[in-house]
Write a protein that binds this ligand. Structure first.
Ligand SMILES: Nc1ncnc2c1ncn2[C@@H]1O[C@H](COP(=O)(O)OP(=O)(O)OP(=O)(O)O)[C@@H](O)[C@H]1O
Length: 883
């Protein structure tokens, strides 16, 4: 359809947009602009998935066979376990997914929409069909749009088409005869604005968009997988196969040796059930989900789950300066013109304060302020006594200083209506606007940008009297250097005066046509949390590098305040130009050794990251612009800023900081290390039980002896302790000193030799203890049921003692403090109640083949528990002393 037809059909106004009331009505009618959650079929599939597990197959087979053997109670117990296991799996999986889902809503996407004739920023959820939506480079398209106006608009449609080369969009009105369904005057939700800008009318929102249709087909489920969970799943599968083969062999051997078939079968099932670590994958997923939630609470939102693992092994953080290490709260503090400098008072966006000019009047100063305020897309507004900024803080600061000199933004816009814009981008390094001068009806160009760039484009400079003279570039650059040395961010301003001739307005015609009017230097103080966070990173063995587009002297001054540059070592700030001049090897060394990089282009940033990775670093990189996306993708962890970042950067990132603060990266690394610790702790805790149970049964089969534990009893141990004891390790607080050790080497196996030895040690203690008490009770008058009950309780009690030990892999259990993890204490109490129930309640005795035992038996069990705890404590101590 033509744009005109779309306007008529959707009853909207191509200039003023919808009215607010109409927009609200449509919101009621069409619903919010969100994609529906993965649909109803998902629930059934998720339930079925819980049964798709080798252990479950073994259990189901066992329960069927036991029915035929006439063991109805056992069969029912095994079947009940299958159901309970599936239920627990279902609930855990749903909760983990819900945790991830809720993260998505934490990073709100804003859309620019024209309503009631006014440009507004609203949540993209609230867009309705007919809305007039504005797009700019870096945006993620929020709805399907029919374009009505555009300037050099290029769209990255890879999210929909897989085609990675951005598509040029056409002028809105196509010539008569163009095929109606021309892709080039539509943009689709979920695609990214690679360059340019445009305005379009929303024709579909939410599930009705093309993206919504695809989403419905795919049912996009959030994947709860990381390299680690995949590795563990593989490990579990291999282990299961080995155990099943082993079980089949023992069954065959038992039959050949003429043992009772029913008993041998029971023993084989016990072996399989006991030895398979069925709780492992679920526990890992849950620990990850808890980690994600903890990080979100500390304002780091994980977009891709594997990032949590990588965070723990980060060796280098490459951070932007502006907004991440600094506040991004700019105030112009000093001005410079070719005829002299001025200090400015006042702070923040409140236009109160003055330019100290001691009565000197200067045309250059006036034009510098006009350029700063006119070549500007930001707005400052007073709201309830507070001055707030909409837009770029650099531009906000320039508006404020102009206001301090009495220049009003609206009057300026009326006197100098804007006709065209060359937008700022970090490669271009300047912004320019073309205006009509209302009084003279001639055109003026206003420009601002980095000092080097603007000065290189100037043919002349303006004097205090307004006269032009040849530009003295040296003087300007020197002044800029001096201001930047104070830590100020310096921009230059220039104009192309109204001289009648219209010489074109683009990147190629402006150089050589501009007149330098002055410099504006603004303060952007370092964030208060940044310096401590940098120090914390250093203590944790993590390097920090500042990579900024800003001036070398500004970067250096801020870096020194943050402790990134050492005064004495006279570390140098490396600039993009320096880097370009280096041979490959010199480049690599410079990148490794320097901590501060200035005037770095996005392309150089990408090369920096690649080089660091080649040198073996695990690199976290921050970025906020469209051009940062490649570097963010290349990084081991790409980090985007929720407030100042573009949607393109967020899309490319693995993690988004909701407060833009560098300190949050440090917090996330800390959490990442904690998550990895807790996963290791769970594994180190759970494996001895499986190994121990397997061995107990294997020994019984080999010796042809009575089983010390029945299959149902083994199931009981595994089910209850995994949930009530093991899972509580996921809530372990981070250990003290977690940020004083070096990053984890990603190549190192999860279980070190020391931990493997500990696992075998504890398994041996379990086997020995269980056999000892099983024999001891029987030779002292207990029947088999009582002896088994003793062995069962011994397993659980030793696991409880060992659980406390596993709260730290290196430090003694006594040093951690017993009350720092309440969940763990609650779990232990609940487990104790369960043990009392299975030991003393008659119905439980009937089901599980247990029997009440006396106090002295408990004392023997506890004694074994204490011995086990002591042995592990000694093992830890020895190892620490051995280093
Ligand atoms: N809105 C703007 N208009 C014109 N020039 C600008 C604007 N913003 C920044 N500049 C100039 O371009 C230079 C590079 O800016 P760029 O955005 O690449 O990096 P930055 O924001 O200074 O730092 P960082 O990379 O640490 O975020 C700045 O030093 C400044 O001189």
């Amino acid at each position: 359809m033509s744009a005109h037809e779309v306007v008529l059909l959707l009853e909207t106004d191509p200039q003023r947009g919808l009215s607010s009331t109409e927009a609200n009505r449509r919101l009621e009618r069409y619903g919010r602009n969100v994609l529906p959650a993965a649909g109803g079929g998902g629930v059934l599939r998720r339930i079925l998935r819980q049964f798709h597990n080798p252990l479950i197959y073994v259990l189901i087979a066992a329960s069927v066979v036991t029915v035929f053997l006439g063991e109805y109670v056992d069969s029912a117990v095994i079947f009940a376990v299958v159901l309970i296991n599936a239920a627990i799996g279902y609930v855990q999986e749903s909760r983990a997914e819900a945790a991830l889902d809720s993260l998505r809503s934490m990073v709100r996407t804003e859309a620019r929409v024209v309503r009631d004739g006014e440009l507004r920023s609203i949540s993209s959820d609230e867009l309705v069909p007919g809305d007039l939506v504005r797009l700019e480079a870096g945006d993620k398209v929020p709805v399907d749009l029919r374009l009505v106006r555009l300037a050099e608009l290029r769209i990255d449609e890879s999210a929909l088409t897989g085609e990675s080369v951005p598509v040029d969009k056409l002028e809105a009105e196509l010539p008569v005869g163009t095929p109606v369904a021309d892709r080039r005057n539509m943009v689709w939700s979920g695609t990214l604005v690679a360059a340019g800008s445009g305005t379009g009318i929303a024709v579909a929102t939410g599930a009705e968009t093309e993206l919504g249709q695809i989403h419905r087909l795919v049912g996009a489920a959030e994947v709860l997988a990381t390299p680690l969970t995949r590795k563990l799943a593989r490990f579990s599968k291999v282990l299961t196969v080995i155990i099943l083969v082993l079980a089949a062999v023992t069954f065959a051997v038992g039959l050949l040796r003429g043992q009772d078939a029913v008993e041998t079968f029971t023993a084989t099932v016990a072996l399989a059930v006991g030895a398979i670590p069925e709780g492992l994958p679920a526990a890992v997923t849950i620990t990850l989900a808890i980690g994600v939630t903890r990080m979100a609470r500390r304002r780091a939102v994980i977009r891709r789950l594997p990032a949590i693992e990588t965070l723990g092994s980060t060796t280098l953080v490459c951070s932007d300066k502006t907004g991440t290490l600094t506040e991004n709260q700019m105030t112009v503090r000093a001005l410079w013109t070719p005829d002299g400098g001025y200090e400015v008072t006042g702070s923040g966006y409140r236009p109160e304060g003055e330019i100290r000019d001691d009565g000197r009047s200067s045309e250059a100063l006036r034009w510098s302020l006009l350029a700063g305020a006119g070549c500007n897309d930001a707005r400052i507004r007073e709201q309830d006594g507070e001055w707030t900024l909409a837009g770029d803080p650099t531009e906000g600061a320039m508006l404020v200083v102009a206001a301090k000199a009495g220049i009003d933004q609206d009057e300026l816009a009326a006197d100098y209506p804007r006709r065209d814009t060359i937008p700022f981008d970090s490669t271009r390094q300047y912004m320019a606007t073309l205006h009509d001068e209302r009084v003279t009806r001639r055109t003026v160009v206003l420009a601002k940008g980095s000092v080097e760039r603007i000065v290189s484009m100037c043919r002349a400079e303006m004097g205090a009297d307004g006269a032009l003279r040849p530009v003295r570039a040296e003087a300007a650059l020197h002044a800029a250097e001096e201001l930047a040395g104070r830590g100020l961010r310096v921009l230059a301003t220039a104009v192309r005066p109204p001289d009648g001739a219209d010489d074109g307005f683009d990147d190629s015609s402006l150089p050589g046509a501009l007149v330098l009017t002055g410099l504006q230097a603004m303060l952007d103080p370092p964030r208060s949390a940044a310096a401590p966070a940098v120090r914390a990173c250093h203590t944790a063995g993590i390097g920090v590098k500042m990579i900024t587009g800003d001036h070398a002297a500004t970067a250096g001054a801020i870096a020194r305040q943050l402790g990134l540059l050492d005064e004495d070592r006279r570390d140098r700030v490396v600039t993009g130009t320096d880097l370009d001049g280096l041979p490959a090897e010199g480049f690599s060394d410079a990148v490794e050794n320097a901590a501060v990089f200035a005037r770095v282009s996005p392309a150089q940033k990408l090369r920096l990251v690649e080089t660091l990775q080649r040198r073996g670093h695990v690199v976290a990189v921050t970025g906020d612009g469209v051009n940062d996306a490649p570097a963010l993708r290349q990084a081991n962890i790409g980090i985007a800023m929720a407030r100042s970042g573009t949607e393109v950067a967020k899309e490319a990132a693995d993690m988004v900081l909701t407060d833009d603060d560098f300190a949050t990266i440090e917090a996330a690394v800390e959490e990442g290390r904690g998550v990895f610790d807790n996963i290791t702790k769970f594994i180190v805790w759970t494996l001895p039980t499986n190994l121990g149970e397997g061995l107990v049964v294997l020994v019984a089969i080999v010796l042809g002896a009575t089983l010390p534990l029945l299959p149902t009893q083994i199931l009981w141990i595994n089910m209850t302790t995994a949930v009530l004891l093991g899972l509580m390790l996921a809530f372990e607080p981070k250990e003290a000193g977690i940020m004083r050790r070096p990053p984890r080497d990603p190549g190192r196996p999860l279980l070190t030799a020391a931990l493997m030895i500990r696992i075998v040690l504890v398994a041996t203690l379990l086997v020995a203890g269980a056999w000892w008490i099983f024999q001891w009770e029987q030779s002292n008058g207990a029947d088999v049921a009582q002896a088994r009950t003793a062995a069962l309780n011994l397993f659980v009690v030793v696991e409880m003692f060992y659980l406390f030990s596993c709260r730290s892999l290196t430090r003694s259990a006594w040093r951690i403090g017993f009350f720092t993890n309440r969940w763990l204490l609650l779990g232990v109490a609940a487990q104790a109640l369960c043990q009392l129930a299975i030991t003393y309640l008659p119905p439980m005795n009937d089901i599980f083949g247990t029997a009440p035992i006396g106090v002295e038996v408990w004392l023997r069990i506890l004694a074994v528990g204490v011995v086990a705890a002591l042995v592990v404590a000694v093992d830890k101590r020895l190892r620490r002393n051995l280093g």
